[in-house]
Design a binder for this molecule. Sequence first.
Ligand SMILES: [Zn+2]
Ligand SMILES: [Zn+2]
Length: 150
Amino acid sequence: MTEDRWQDFPEAQGGCQCGALRFHISAGPARATLCHCRMCQRASGNAFAPLYEVPDGRISWSGQPKEWASSNLATRGFCDICGTPLYYRSQGTTEIMAGTLTPDFPYRPHDNCGVESRKDWLATLHSLPDRPTSPDLLAGVVSYQMAEGI
Ligand SMILES: [Zn+2]
Ligand SMILES: [Zn+2]
């Protein structure tokens, strides 16, 4: 882990799907990493966690995230209304789950960590058949997620 993984990013915003929790992150150096470790898999309910790491002081919140200590080293933040996993916090930095950033934010991961637990099928994604969401389904969906306002 070297310090050169810190790169400059513009300001960011995002929040949970119900809108009770919103965050703003000022522009500056950050790290964009995909974490494949088993603890992130369990905390995110996903194959890996796309993380956007910034110093704690650069984040301001509207609403108060619920936290749970997943180890002696780290706390996980989430919305206790809609259940969205929001971050991993440890040692002065917060690693935002990148899926909660607004879609206009130029998140692009530059490395993988926790690769001892990486799912081998991730290497086959490019060869799987692609299927867009059905237009008929989309036409009938009434979303209860907060508009992202990009
Ligand atoms: Zn929520
Ligand atoms: Zn992890």
